[in-house]
Structures are given as structure tokens and as C-alpha cells.
Design a protein around this ligand. Structure first.
Ligand code: AMP
Ligand code: MN
Ligand code: MN
Ligand code: MN
Length: 282
């Protein structure tokens, strides 16, 4: 049995390949019953997604994935059931989106020094005007240029620490991100913990701080970290009394990664983040 609840996905508003309504219809066609749209640092796709949900019968949960710098590490905090109109959340996300423009310029300079010209315009051509610009748009441009065969291979040679196109950036603090989400009535979820290159002690410190600041859940099942890690994070969720979330982190049909509708069920040692959501009960 696979899980028909998927609480992490991206549309063209950030670095996904499908427009919000297309994403919702795609999810429905794959048997997803409850879908959260969680674009990076942007809630601009939620209205369209909620509208499409009414037409397809699927439940769309309003969400966001906030970029955070914690102790020098980039981590992502998903907010579920947020109120996208909450002013401090909107202002915080706008600040992050604006800072992405300066970062994009710095990334383009770094790529130019490595002999790859025109990447700023090239990356923006893959982004939605007024939406988010990020590393994936640069990656798509680099694939177009023929420097790597796909987005996944780009990230091995470019755009990561120590490689051309990387620029150290300061995102929101963990406290800010959790505060914006809680203030808007949402649930803060630590995204794909297995993706962070943290030793066990640092991971435990992150989980401790996350919880102290009001964090409520972690992603236990995610296509964004290896499936072998699921039992490890299931135990950590239990140990820290955190709820458990499930999400594909879907970015589109040709992006790579998992397709929708194929995530394993949560282990029974976890309390699902949707345990008290009427719309998620069968
Ligand atoms: P940004 O927020 O602009 O730093 O971009 C982060 C996004 O880049 C993530 O959400 C992923 O979509 C993508 N990404 C990061 N690392 C990798 C990787 N190793 N392989 C493929 N995509 C990646
Ligand atoms: Mn992404
Ligand atoms: Mn992420
Ligand atoms: Mn994501």
C-alpha cells in the first residue's frame, strides 16, 4: 500500500515544472487524496491550486517551504495549513525572494569566472516572472548549455559548496521561519532531515532547537532522502515527540526524483501530522 497523502510539492511558482492547477490535476490522477503545495519562499500558487482542488475533488493543503540558515547550514522548514494572507509571513517571504535576486547575480558571476556566460538571463528564462529564482533554474540552463546531462548531474559539479555557481547565502533564521508559520496558524515541519550533511550530535541539536522554538513535525517519509533512512527518522520523531510527515518533494515529470503517488506508508510508531485533520480521515 502506498500513502495517498503527499505534503510536499513544488509548482512553477518556485522550481517545479507544472503550474499549480496542472500539479493538482497530476496529483489527483496519481491517486493522491491530500496534497500540500509547498513552493520555496512563496505562497503565490496557492489560490490557483485551491481552485483546481475544487474541480478535481482532491484536498489541497496551503503550504510553503521556507529557506533557513541554521548554524551555517541551509535547512528547509515546511509550513502546513498556513494562512497565506498573514502579513508577517508575507513580508518575511518577500524579503527572502528579494534576496534571491542578489544571490542569482553572485551565482552568475561565479559561473562566468568558470567560463559559462549568460547564466543570469538563462536561469531567469526558466523562472516564472514575479516568482522565485533559484539553483534549479540555473541547473536547467546548464543542462540546456550541454555542460551536464540532467539537473541531478549539474548538482554534482556546480551550484554546491566549493563548486562554480555556489554562493553562500543567509536565509531566514530558524526562529523567524517557525514564528511566521505558527503566527499564521500553520504547522512547522522540518523538511527532509536526511538531506542535511549533519553528524548525529548536530542533528540532535537541530531537532532539539526546532522543537524548543515551536516546531511540531519532521518529514519521515520523503523522496528527498534515501528510503533506508526512514526507520532512523521515524525513531527520532518518536524520541522528540514530533509528529511525522510524508512528502514526495515532487518537482515535475522530467525533473528526476520520485513520481507522485508512490510513497510508502508511515510506520505505526509515528503519529502522522494529519492525525487530527478531518479532511485527511478516510
Ligand atoms: P535553492 O533554494 O535556490 O538553493 O535551491 C534548492 C533546490 O535545489 C532544492 O529544493 C532542490 O530542488 C534543488 N537541489 C538542491 N540540491 C540538489 C541536488 N543535489 N540534486 C538535485 N536537486 C537539488
Ligand atoms: Mn526545489
Ligand atoms: Mn527542500
Ligand atoms: Mn522541496
Amino acid at each position: 500500500m502506498s500513502c495517498n497523502i503527499d505534503l510536499h510539492s513544488h509548482s512553477t511558482v518556485s522550481d517545479g515544472q507544472l503550474a499549480p492547477a496542472e500539479l493538482v490535476r497530476h496529483a489527483a490522477s496519481k491517486g493522491v487524496r491530500v496534497l500540500a503545495l509547498t513552493d520555496h519562499d512563496d505562497v503565490g500558487g496557492l489560490r490557483e491550486a485551491m481552485q483546481a482542488a475544487l474541480e478535481t475533488g482532491i484536498v489541497v493543503v496551503p503550504g510553503v517551504e521556507i529557506s533557513v540558515t541554521w548554524n551555517g547550514h541551509s535547512v528547509h522548514v515546511v509550513g502546513l495549513k498556513i494562512d497565506p494572507e498573514f502579513a508577517p509571513l508575507r513580508a518575511g517571504l518577500q524579503r527572502l525572494r528579494e534576496s534571491r535576486h542578489a544571490r542569482a547575480e553572485a551565482m552568475a558571476h561565479s559561473l562566468a569566472r568558470a567560463g559559462i556566460a549568460g547564466s543570469l538571463e538563462g536561469a531567469y528564462a526558466y523562472a516564472t516572472p514575479g516568482g522565485v529564482i533559484g539553483r534549479v533554474h540555473f541547473a536547467r540552463f546548464l543542462v540546456e548549455r550541454g555542460v551536464a546531462k540532467d539537473v541531478r548531474s549539474v548538482f554534482k559539479r556546480f551550484l554546491v559548496k566549493g563548486k562554480p555557481g555556489y554562493h553562500e547565502h543567509r536565509w531566514a533564521s530558524l526562529e523567524e521561519a517557525i514564528g511566521w508559520i505558527l503566527g499564521s496558524g500553520g504547522i512547522p515541519v522540518l523538511a527532509h532531515p536526511g538531506r542535511y550533511a549533519l553528524g548525529r550530535t548536530t542533528m540532535l541539536r537541530l531537532l532539539h532547537e526546532f522543537r524548543e522554538l515551536g516546531g511540531q513535525a519532521i518529514e519521515v517519509v520523503t523522496a528527498s532522502h534515501p528510503m533506508e533512512q526512514i526507520p532512523y527518522f521515524a525513531r527520532l520523531a518518536r524520541q522528540f515527540s514530533l509528529l511525522a510527515s510524508v512528502g514526495s518533494d515532487y518537482h515535475g515529470p522530467t525533473h528526476g526524483g520520485l513520481t507522485m503517488g508512490h510513497l510508502p506508508e508511515l510506520s505505526s510508531i509515528c503519529v502522522p501530522v494529519w492525525h487530527d485533520w478531518p479532511e485527511a480521515s478516510v
